[in-house]
Design a protein around this ligand. Structure first.
Ligand SMILES: Nc1ncnc2c1ncn2[C@@H]1O[C@H](COP(=O)(O)OP(=O)(O)OP(=O)(O)O)[C@@H](O)[C@H]1O
Ligand SMILES: [Mg+2]
Length: 372
């Protein structure tokens, strides 16, 4: 087991002006499950391949434990990688596929067999050891690829979208299996995915990348509760956080007919920059529906923001209400999560107010989270 350090590691592909990974700094703890997540092309695979030794590091360094591995070939790094396409040898049996790296390393046959059998037991593959990959289901192939990594007992597991070939249901169950297995083995793991749900459910910590730049490194909980900027705010969480540009007024921000109190320091910070607005983030579950009109108030008197309901997504235990908010002449799409069976209907107008203490405030000009 070992720690992993990216020390301002940079990769600039030949012929490219922009760094695919730009001065990446990550300190990964011994035994940690770290997930790299971000949209397509943000540099996830490049980061992982730099750690694997499959991609040059142009500036900075990479360390595994105390060892500087920046310029070591892959075979000397004591890592095992699981790829998206599994890369199994089609002409070899499952057992031979799993034991191949050990065979190359000159490990004796009896030891290989023992390790392969142990791994097969953990992965529920015992009865398939004699089969060829083509006679396996997608999920079984995925487990063989995992098995091949496990038998090597490396210091670090590297996984690049290992579940993307599986259907949604199998992906969810395999996700849990991999996370459980990793905790049981305690092997430091760097896991790449573009799926934020996978990142949030599997990672001890999550690193969000965009355009080769690290946006935030945090626990899933902190990432959700305190996104560092507008990008992370919009990327983490499903449905996404509502982000609305609102004017700064005395006592907070103006949200339709209501003044919503938000962190004073945050507003002061924005005002100090000369901004007249801030961008307020509200998660779908943090809107309250206030039925002003039901109390006999007119549209203009009712508190909050009127939202015309366009679509209601009933999920059983809760519903997502998609609607158009009417904010001082500006129309804006919002998502509101409602619990229970009393759900507004399509075409209806409801009034919503962000719950006090559950708002996120970002600088409209820089996108950064403001103090709170
Ligand atoms: N061999 C290469 N030569 C030149 N540019 C490359 C090469 N590989 C990747 N890139 C570029 O580097 C950037 C990062 O690519 P990378 O494959 O790391 O993205 P990713 O986050 O893994 O994306 P995805 O989710 O689509 O797999 C992209 O702009 C990509 O076009
Ligand atoms: Mg990739």
């Amino acid at each position: 087991m070992a720690t992993v350090t990216f020390d301002k590691a940079t990769r600039i592909y030949p012929g490219s002006e922009r760094a695919a990974v730009d001065a990446l700094e990550l300190d990964i703890a011994d035994g940690e499950f770290l997930v790299l997540v971000g949209p397509s092309g943000c540099g996830k695979s490049t980061s992982l391949r730099m750690l694997a030794g499959l991609e040059d590091v142009n500036q900075g360094a990479i360390r595994i434990g105390e060892r500087d591995v920046t310029h070591l070939p892959p075979k000397d790094r004591d890592i095992a990688m699981v790829f998206q396409n599994y890369a199994l040898y089609p002409h070899m049996t499952v057992a031979d596929n799993m034991g191949f790296a050990l065979k190359i390393a000159g490990v004796n046959k009896a030891t290989i067999r023992q390790k392969v059998e142990d791994a097969a037991k953990i992965l529920d593959l015992t009865e398939y050891l004699g089969r060829k990959p083509k006679a396996l289901s997608g999920g079984q192939r995925q487990r063989v690829a995992m098995g091949r990594a496990i038998v090597r007992e490396p210091q670090v597991f590297l996984m690049d979208e290992p579940l993307s070939n599986l259907d949604a249901k199998l992906r969810a169950s395999t996700r849990t299996q991999i996370a459980t297995l990793q905790r049981r083995l305690g092997t430091t793991t760097v896991y790449v995915t573009h799926d934020q749900v996978e990142a949030m459910t599997m990672g001890d910590r999550v690193a969000v990348l965009k355009d080769g730049l690290l946006q935030q490194l945090d626990t899933p909980r902190n990432m959700y509760d305190r996104p560092a900027n507008l990008f992370v705010a919009g990327f983490i969480g499903s449905p996404a956080m509502n982000l609305v540009e609102v004017p700064i007024v005395d006592g907070g921000v103006k949200f339709g007919n209501s003044v919503v109190p938000v962190n004073r320091d945050a507003v002061a910070e924005a005002a100090a920059k000369g901004d007249r607005t801030v961008t307020v983030g509200v998660r779908p579950e943090h809107f309250d529906i206030v039925n002003g009109e039901a109390k006999g108030l007119s549209k203009d008197e009712a508190a909050g923001v009127p939202v015309t309901v366009n679509v209601v997504e009933e999920l059983g235990s809760e519903s997502n209400v998609y609607g158009t908010a009417h904010l001082d002449g500006d129309d804006k799409e919002l998502v509101v999560r409602v619990h229970g069976r009393k759900v507004p209907e399509k075409g209806e107008t409801v009034h919503v107010v962000p719950r006090a203490g559950e708002t996120h405030v970002f600088s409209t000009s820089t996108g950064e989270r403001l103090t709170d």
